[in-house]
Design a protein around this ligand. Structure first.
Ligand SMILES: Cc1cc2nc3c(=O)[nH]c(=O)nc-3n(C[C@H](O)[C@H](O)[C@H](O)COP(=O)(O)OP(=O)(O)OC[C@H]3O[C@@H](n4cnc5c(N)ncnc54)[C@H](O)[C@@H]3O)c2cc1C
Length: 389
């Protein structure tokens, strides 16, 4: 069995994984560390996504890995989580790509799509020969997607789509968008090929976070869609939120990868850095920081694993996903900041990872439900009183 990765494993987390889970994780780790990771700072600096790795991720069975049929791997939820963790160990931009492609585009087509939509898109998206994006957020309704203004009108033999979306990951790279729009009094999902007349994507440049990920605005100007574009089994906002639950599950795992990457970097650094004639690692304050981070990461590993077990047993509640997304991302952000500090001035340089992870995690904390929104979801579950509005 190959060594899975050199990372913190204080409670024999690996021992609870099956050999196929370890193998899948190690294979992706090996690919990313040899072919992608070294190039990430360059992509981050240029605000570009490493698009050449998409077909390779497809060949490794990473895209929509937990979905079955249509040539997809159909792996268990823990394997899927471990893949997200490896992607984010490399960069949150890469995990964002994996989450959007698998959880936000392939999942809704798989769960709510027609047979025709599934056959047309799922194999290509799974192989990485097509790229997808997910359009829910609008300028006036981030945390409140029900305020969306994008509208689809039923014109009898076709639909007419008008509106705009913003903050859309992969927007300018995508071949197809899953777009959520008002239809009559409800909200429905539509499969919109990006080449359709009237669809345009505009890059949002100047992000200080998730720079190795493409973010765009989407515009829909009198877009004529065939009746077959509707996701027939999508039912209101709850279907869009079901996609978000899938993605948030992956983020709870992904955040572990980012935190572990920072921790490993800081641990190596303090062993080598000599100050006051001895290694930085020998100072009590540093050891206290390392012990706190190791405890936080270990707790997050166990939380993610239990979340995966609940998901596979069909018992997972969305409030449990919210708790894990909120807790693990907050933990990763704290850890990244602490590691950046431990690295001193070097910590602000792109050649070190911690600050890049820290900047990325600011977005991860905001998207897929902000840190506060997840607290409100858990709060509503505990008290029975929704406090959103
Ligand atoms: C890099 C990036 C990529 C993204 N990719 C996508 C994508 O692919 N597809 C997509 O559809 N969206 C995407 N998003 C959008 C993302 O989901 C939204 O940014 C997120 O939902 C928050 O919305 P907002 O930014 O409008 O913040 P707001 O909703 O305006 O929130 C601002 C602040 O108010 C707080 N707040 C909001 N409501 C309440 C309340 N009821 N009580 C107390 N506090 C509250 C929030 O916690 C936050 O602190 C992306 C965002 C980013 C940054």
């Amino acid at each position: 069995m190959p060594q899975i990765i050199p990372h913190l494993d204080f409670y024999d987390f690996e021992e609870m994984l099956t050999s196929s889970q370890k193998m899948m994780s190690a294979t992706l780790r090996s690919y990313l560390s040899t072919k992608v990771e070294k190039r990430i700072p360059e992509f981050f600096e240029r605000e570009e996504f490493p698009i050449d790795c998409v077909p390779e991720l497809g060949a490794l069975g990473v895209l929509g890995a937990n979905l079955d049929g249509y040539g997809l791997p159909g792996v268990d939820s823990i394997s899927y989580g471990l893949l997200m963790r490896e992607l984010e160990r490399c960069d949150s931009g890469l995990r964002s790509f994996g989450s959007v492609q698998g959880a936000l585009v392939m999942y809704p087509i798989h769960a709510f799509g027609s047979e025709e939509q599934k056959e047309e898109w799922l194999p290509k998206l799974g192989q990485g020969t097509a790229i997808g994006c997910f359009g829910l957020t609008e300028a006036d309704g981030g945390s409140d997607p029900s305020a969306m203004k994008t509208r689809c009108e039923d014109k009898g033999d076709h639909y007419l789509l008008n509106g705009s979306k913003m903050w859309i990951t992969n927007g300018n790279l995508a071949d197809v968008a899953v777009v959520w729009a008002k239809l009559g009094d409800g909200i429905r999902g539509f499969v919109v090929p990006m080449k359709t007349e009237g669809v345009t994507a505009r890059r949002m440049k100047g992000k200080m976070s998730l720079r190795a990920s493409v973010t765009s605005e989407l515009y829909f100007d009198k877009v004529k869609l065939p009746k077959s574009a509707l996701l027939p089994k999508s039912e209101g906002l709850k279907s869009a939120l079901a996609c978000l639950s899938q993605a948030r599950y992956g983020i709870a795992w992904g955040a572990l990868g980012a935190a572990e990457s920072c921790f490993t970097e800081a641990l190596d650094y303090v062993k080598d850095r000599i100050l006051f004639a001895k290694p930085l690692a020998s100072f009590q304050l540093i050891q206290k920081k390392l012990a706190t981070m190791a405890t936080d990461i270990t707790q997050a590993q166990l939380l993610a694993l239990r979340l995966g077990q609940l998901k596979d047993s069909g018992k997972l509640h969305f409030a449990q996903i919210s708790m894990a997304k909120q807790a693990n991302v907050a933990m990763a952000l704290r850890t990244a900041r602490e590691c950046r500090d431990i690295l001193g001035a070097n910590g602000i340089m792109l050649e070190y990872k911690s600050m890049r992870h820290m900047c990325n995690l600011e977005s991860v904390s905001t998207y897929e439900g902000t840190n506060d929104i997840h607290s409100l979801i858990v709060g509503a579950h505990l008290t029975g009183i929704p406090a959103f509005s």
